[in-house]
Design a protein around this ligand. Sequence first.
Ligand SMILES: [Zn+2]
Ligand SMILES: [Zn+2]
Length: 173
Amino acid sequence: MKELLSQLWTPELQMATTVVVVCLVVLYILSIIWVVRDAYLRGTMWYAWAIVALIPLLGVVAYCLLRPPLLQIDRDEQELEIALKQRQLMNYGECANCGYPVESDYVLCPNCHQRLKNQCAKCGHALDPSWTVCPYCATPLAGVAARRAGRTSMPQQAPAAGDMSEHSARHTR
Ligand SMILES: [Zn+2]
Ligand SMILES: [Zn+2]
């Protein structure tokens, strides 16, 4: 029996066994490093997972099953994307009357013709209701200060109103 064993236990087999054992040890160490790194990147308690990973094979399997689904970097990226979309929405926005998507320099809603903004009488640019001067041509905007003081809900510039709506209607076509 011993003779048979010594016959089987050749230097080649010894060598192969050593290689396999070394590979397993390296794999074990790498798995612990991977678990710690992955848990850290996912923003969890990586030190707790490091202890779990010390259990050979089972620790890594348990981590793969129970790890949080998102990487911290991905989560940051998602938040950034949401913020970007919100900024885009602010830029484009929608009509307060019918919800139709409108761009920031629209004067009139192309869908329901609700007035969204005033228009500069001189250069025709869309103006924010809170501005007191046209930022495109430096024309002081008469009536804005008075409107601010009075806080009338829907500003209608009396003399130029007809002329303006005709102008914007031409734009929307
Ligand atoms: Zn509308
Ligand atoms: Zn202007």
